[in-house]
Ligand binder design. Sequence first.
Ligand code: FE
Length: 393
Amino acid sequence: MYRFTLPRDLYYGKDALEALKTIKGKKAIIVLGGGSMKKFGFVDKVVSYLNEVGIETQLFEGVEPDPSVETVMKGAEAMRDFEPDLIVAMGGGSPIDAAKAMWAFYEYPEVTFEQLITPFSFPELRQKARFIAIPSTSGTATEVTAFSVITDYQKGIKYPLADFNITPDVAIVDPALAETMPAKLVAHTGMDALTHAIEAYVSTLHTTFTDPLALKAIDIVDRKLTKSFDGDMEAREEMHYGQCLAGMAFSNALLGIVHSMAHKTGAAFSTGHITHGLANAMYLPYVIKYNSKVEEAAERYADIAKSIGITAESTTEYVDKLRARIVELNDYMGIPNTLKEFGIIEEEFNEKIDAIAENAVGDACTGSNPRAIDPATMKKLFTCIYYGIEVDF
Ligand code: FE
């Protein structure tokens, strides 16, 4: 038996934020990030729409990028004090991810992170509150997924939480919020969305229900991402929906080793953070080459290529042209195609790569990748990405 879970309601389109006027409840806590939602007037709108229908509101502000355990605990405490029956999380992936974890600790104060990290082992949520997610970036799709990533900075661990209990009840995908993104964020989050869709399509857990969502998302990214990057707001709107479709696919089909590798390299080097979407964009063409040694995966990559209008004589040619298309997107948006070009120091790379490769193999996303990998091969793959060497193993 399989399960396919999405939010019960998804509001989208111009002024979708006004859907809040149809929500029933008494008290809403609004979880926010760094302040851009306030600056652009969206917080005022949310508060006034909720107040209009008699819902009392309280803000929980300042969730940092890569939200910490401390922030989650502070938020859960604020929720226990205020006792909301609605949690409204608005902004990029971080405030929404943090709010999902706060929700669990609000409803179950005695639970620990260690207990929550076993996938699909959450206690039954919705005992106290329902969850509304309103994304302002077009990539993570956390508004429709069963995932949240929380960082324990003291232990240096990222807790990937995965459970359909934290799939939001309502997602509001309003394109006006995505208009506030700077171009670089459009590029990185857009490539994250493309990676979600491609990895979900070739995942060992892909299904008849996830495939069409993934293909449509890829089609939208292929046609709209560079336009959105250039400031075309109609394309930006389509991308906001496309990334959401990708999220619906990967929340139910899971991901692959591009994500494993991005997770374990994000904060690994002293030269600075490798943004999640940028890491995915760099690694994706190499991983496609690696995975395409498995015939079934190669055929699925060829399916993707065909679906976006690529023509070729053989499966191999389809796969190569799909990889070239991804590199073309990267080049257009100024995303490097090697770790060396990104600025990782060779000595540091050599020093750390064994541990990184081992960690990446152990990542939660590795299990659904269409081709198995061991630490030694993972190291070889990373080495290809560092120098820009063609993957031939
Ligand atoms: Fe991602």
